[in-house]
Ligand binder design. Structure first.
Ligand code: TRP
Length: 487
């Protein structure tokens, strides 16, 4: 066993492995799909600014809190919470914080795999198109050459209409996730991260450079960083940005506690947390700078201006990546190969995140039921597959099934409900409890020994965890869920 022994004998084989695995979990569909979609839907600049504010003042302190509890607790997320609570003389009920997060991670996995399945479907299409283009010697032309714009736009709706295809792709992706998690921390999860993340970084940089030369780069900059102070105060923009910050850093979802438990004692958690948060936030912004120039390049100047003025909305939501982007690739030089590389890049990011999403509950189930890793992985992965499969009917037969008609769930089918419930309720609630626990309940001596901070930094961090995190998360949760309170 290469890694330092934890109670189950599992652990990262090096600090690099830990950082890559944590970054791999953080960087995912959240950065590449959700961030641009939310930025688009919430008016660009105001959202991005509030997002960065949330990452620095809330995300980073909570990231350090979660890894700290995990490494000291040396168990699953729930187990670690219980251990740390016991040592601090507090009630083991505090582990509810991790329990809420674990349920959150599990629910995210259900729909995450469906979305990743779409990515696999698009990879298939781009592969056949690229092969066709090589055969016809038209690789330097746009992608999906033989299809009209309307046909490219129809790929996603056609997939939605085809439940069997969607379920098959979802199954393929879930099977890969189960395979990696079943092989264990060092033998599977770590390997996926160590191999895929470096390739991911090369791809995203390459595509961004391509977009900068071939796309509307300055328009994208203007859009992403356009500052509209009035929208900063919009509670729904705030809740979206907070939810996105937690989601993107994999916080409030038990995972950073779980991964922290696999980290050896020599690792400086404060330094590592800063690296993880910096990498994740950079990827989100770079993803925006990779995607929007390509999309804007295909817009007529008038509608681009309208988007920058805020009088028209960029296509938000999933259509951004699965409709607008393929259409854009169609008219760009080398579009089929760049499109293919783009979707492979998204696929890598999704896989390193989905293994983490599954591991959050697997690591608990192994210990709780004292069962082998493979069995628990297959069982939990199977249940997540079934719930996700049901959620995927939101795109066809159950599109009008909108069971919860209140607050942020109004007008949402099951798929959207799971997304909103996790990002805007479960994750913030779990993060809120984590910050209260670490800020007020955990023994200070334990914290001082564990987190790698001293002097002024320690005081600033403690102030953020004690006051800023709970108060701001609490306020944003309330006003975001019940906007009537502020109007
Ligand atoms: N951070 C992931 C992303 O950006 C999503 C996510 C949220 C996640 N919570 C998680 C991934 C827990 C792994 C574990 O796509």
């Amino acid at each position: 066993m290469a890694g330092p022994a934890t109670p189950t004998g599992e652990g990262w084989s090096s600090r690099t492995a830990f950082v890559l695995a944590a970054v791999g979990s953080a960087v995912g569909l959240g950065n590449l799909v959700r961030f641009p979609a939310e930025a688009g839907a919430n008016g660009g600049g105001a959202f991005v600014i509030f997002y960065i504010f949330c990452v620095c003042l809330i995300g980073l302190p909570i990231l350090l809190s979660e890894t700290l509890v995990g490494r000291h607790g040396q168990s699953s997320a729930i187990g670690s919470f219980k251990n740390v609570a016991r040592e601090s003389g507090a009630s083991s009920w505090w582990s509810v914080a991790a329990g809420v997060g674990m349920v959150g991670a599990f629910l995210i996995l259900t729909y995450y795999s469906v979305l990743a399945g779409w990515i696999v479907h698009f990879i298939g299409i781009f592969v056949s198109d690229t092969i066709g283009a090589i055969g016809a010697n038209t690789l330097a032309d746009g992608a999906l050459e033989d299809r009209s714009v309307a046909e490219v736009q129809a790929i996603l709706p056609a997939l939605h209409a085809n439940s069997t295809q969607m379920l098959m792709m979802h199954a393929i992706f879930m099977a890969m996730t189960i395979f990696a998690v079943g092989r264990g921390v060092t033998g599977g999860i770590e390997k996926v991260a160590v191999w895929l993340m470096p390739i991911f970084f090369l791809l995203i940089i390459g595509i961004t450079v391509y977009g900068a030369f071939n796309g509307a780069f300055s328009a994208a900059l203007a859009f992403l960083f356009d500052f509209q102070p009035a929208r900063l105060l919009d509670p729904s923009v705030q809740l979206s940005a907070l939810g996105q910050a937690l989601f993107s850093l994999s916080l409030g979802s038990a995972l950073m506690i779980t991964y922290g438990a696999y980290a050896s004692k020599e690792i400086n958690l404060a330094k590592t947390s800063v690296q993880i948060a910096t990498a994740d936030t950079s990827v989100a912004i770079v993803a925006g700078l990779a995607i929007f120039p390509i999309i804007f390049a295909t817009l007529a100047p008038l509608s681009l201006q309208a988007i920058l003025d805020g009088t028209e909305q960029v296509q938000g939501g999933l259509g951004l990546l699965f409709v607008s982007l393929p259409v854009a690739f169609q008219s760009m030089p080398g579009g089929s190969i760049i499109g293919l590389l783009f979707f492979i890049m998204v696929f890598f990011a999704a896989l390193t995140s989905s293994v983490a999403l599954l591991e959050a509950s697997v690591s608990w189930a192994i210990r709780r039921f004292n069962q082998p890793r493979w069995l628990m992985t297959i069982l939990l992965g199977g249940v997540a597959f079934m719930i996700g499969g049901w959620a995927s009917f939101s795109f066809n037969s159950q599109a009008d099934f909108k069971p919860l008609n209140f607050i942020i769930f109004a007008d949402q089918p099951v798929f959207g409900i799971i997304d909103e419930l996790t990002a805007k309720i479960l994750l913030p609630v779990s993060a809120l409890l984590v910050s209260v626990f670490v800020g007020w309940v955990v023994d200070r001596k334990l914290i001082n020994r564990e987190n790698g901070l001293s002097g002024g930094m320690q005081r600033i961090w403690l102030f953020l965890v004690r006051w800023v995190c709970p108060v701001i998360i609490g306020l944003i949760l309330l006003t975001g869920l019940f906007p009537d309170l502020v109007t």
